[in-house]
Design a protein around this ligand. Structure first.
Ligand code: PBG
Length: 343
């Protein structure tokens, strides 16, 4: 019924014109909502970050990331198989390095038999179809928890880049498909690209953590890889200031010029504006990282019964797609792939 204006007593009420444009018409039933839906999330959009530790048949809980575990290599191999069966295209590996093997120079990063190299070889043997991404940065290997080499309080740039190239080659020789520098040193993408090409690894991709912010949301990750307690100071001389966005575009432009195949914005949900600007301006494959703290917020609230976990997860991932992300690194990846399969 058309709305009626209140009329003085005795007068016939005058009909008010209803809106001719009614956006609700397209939302009236599920079938029409499906027809007009602009973005979809599929398993193709997911990358699963996995924490690896020593031992056999180990599934070690991480207190600040309920539901996420540090896996021994055999268990990580199982997870890779599971991810592939669920249609997840790629996984990203992060090590919990034995504290006894950590030193100021991050030497263990260059060991051809380190945890990540062994995990890469084991997964390649059993599930060669899945994409294997390894993180290049020294923090899981240094006694001070920084991504680079230190002199006094300074994080050295060029000296660190030299080590990062060796670390990238170490992973490529083990069989990594994609190298993901997360260290934020200047010039590392180009140096790694040249290093890979010089050894014939011309088809190994470089996924640059191009716009990586100095964020409080990495806390649970640092628990997972064991750098939370050891980190000296903070990472603000190399990771970006959360106040900046033009600078993110400069970072991305630089990494593209140096040969990045795809770029990443990190963290995710608090930085959707950055994802949007990067995708708009450069139009290259743009990934987002829904980081550990974002995982902890959703999962913590869900476990307390404060929100519907499945719905919050799906909504957050769709938001990345809407902002322009081509893929999302998320600890929810296998759960999401299962939800999508069962929909
Ligand atoms: C370190 C690295 C970090 C993450 C990925 N690689 C943490 C940091 O920079 O301190 C964070 C990922 C997450 O929080 O889930 N190079």
């Amino acid at each position: 019924a058309a709305a009626r204006a209140l009329a003085p007593d005795g007068d016939a009420p005058a009909p008010l014109p209803g809106p001719t444009v009614r956006l609700r018409r397209n939302r009236k039933a599920e079938w029409t909502r499906r027809l007009v839906r602009e973005n979809v999330l599929t398993a193709n959009d997911l990358i699963w970050p996995i924490f690896v530790r020593e031992g056999v048949n180990q599934h070690e809980a991480i207190a600040s990331m309920p539901g996420v575990e540090r896996l021994s290599i055999d268990a990580a191999v199982e997870s890779a198989r599971e991810a592939h069966a669920l249609g997840v295209p790629a996984i990203a590996l992060f090590p919990y390095t034995d504290p006894a093997l950590r030193d100021a120079a991050g030497t263990e990063a260059l060991n051809p038999d380190n945890l990540i190299c062994r995990a890469v070889r084991a997964i390649k043997e059993t599930t060669p179809e899945i994409g294997l991404i390894t993180d290049v940065a020294l923090d899981p290997y240094t006694s001070h928890g920084h991504d680079g080499l230190m002199r006094g309080e300074e994080i050295l740039n060029d000296e660190t880049v030299e080590v990062l190239v060796k670390q990238a080659l170490n992973f490529a020789r083990a069989g990594a498909d994609m190298i993901a520098p997360s260290d934020m040193m200047d010039g590392r993408v180009g140096a790694i690209r040249r290093g890979l090409d010089a050894e014939g690894f011309t088809s190994v991709q470089v996924l640059a953590y191009a716009a990586k912010y100095a964020s409080a949301f990495y806390g649970p990750f640092r628990d997972a890889v064991g750098t939370q307690k050891t980190l000296i100071g903070d990472k603000r001389t190399y990771q970006m200031d959360p106040a900046n966005s033009d600078e993110a575009l400069r970072e991305v432009a630089q990494d593209i010029a140096e040969g990045a195949d795809m770029v990443m914005v990190k963290p995710g949900l608090p930085y959707l504006d950055i994802i949007y600007r990067v995708k708009e301006k450069f139009g290259l494959p743009t990934f987002a990282y829904q980081v550990s703290g974002e995982y902890a917020m959703i999962e913590g609230a869900a476990r307390n019964g404060w929100l519907d976990g499945d719905r919050a997860i799906m909504e957050s991932l769709l938001a990345f797609k809407r902002a322009g992300a081509d893929a999302v690194l998320t600890y929810f990846a296998p759960r999401v792939a299962r939800l999508l399969r069962d929909e």
